[in-house]
Design a protein. Structure first.
Length: 145
């Protein structure tokens, strides 16, 4: 069966725990569908993320940058404390929080993602930037979903 390529070699995996920081309800639905059968915790704000991240144990953390409508259009705002960058800064300062989690920055804001990734890497944390349109493929690769 293996030689003929018709054997099912897929392996079942245990459910994982996923954390999502994103304000877009459509993305919430997308992540719920993508991680069906897993535990998904969603935060829409920086405050929610800072409250939830220290109390759970997550296998994967997905961070968006642009959390308010005016962030979608421009990086010329002065409330970076209300973006995913604030969570990146906080996790970089608190390396004991979720030290083993796979961190993926999934924002469509490529300029902002560079700073978020740099923040994590400077702190010695593993992180990857994956543009949202490519996220489905990355999830399939990492978690066989």
């Amino acid at each position: 069966m293996i030689k003929l390529g018709i054997a099912d070699l897929s392996a079942k995996r245990d459910p994982i725990t996923v954390f999502l920081l994103d304000d877009d309800q459509r993305r919430h639905r997308w992540f719920k569908k993508r991680f069906k059968g897993d535990h998904l915790e969603i935060a829409e704000t920086v405050e929610e993320a800072k409250r939830l991240l220290p109390i759970g144990t997550y296998d994967a953390i997905f961070l968006d940058h642009d959390l308010l409508p005016h962030h979608y259009e421009s990086n010329s705002h002065d409330d970076f404390n209300q973006t995913g960058q604030a969570v990146a800064d906080w996790l970089a300062e608190n390396r004991d929080i979720q030290p083993a989690a796979t961190i993926i920055v999934h924002t469509r804001n490529a300029d902002a993602s560079v700073k978020m990734v740099e923040t994590f890497r400077t702190a010695g944390r593993q992180v990857e930037y994956v543009a949202f349109p490519m996220l489905d493929l990355k999830i399939k690769t990492y978690w066989n979903k």
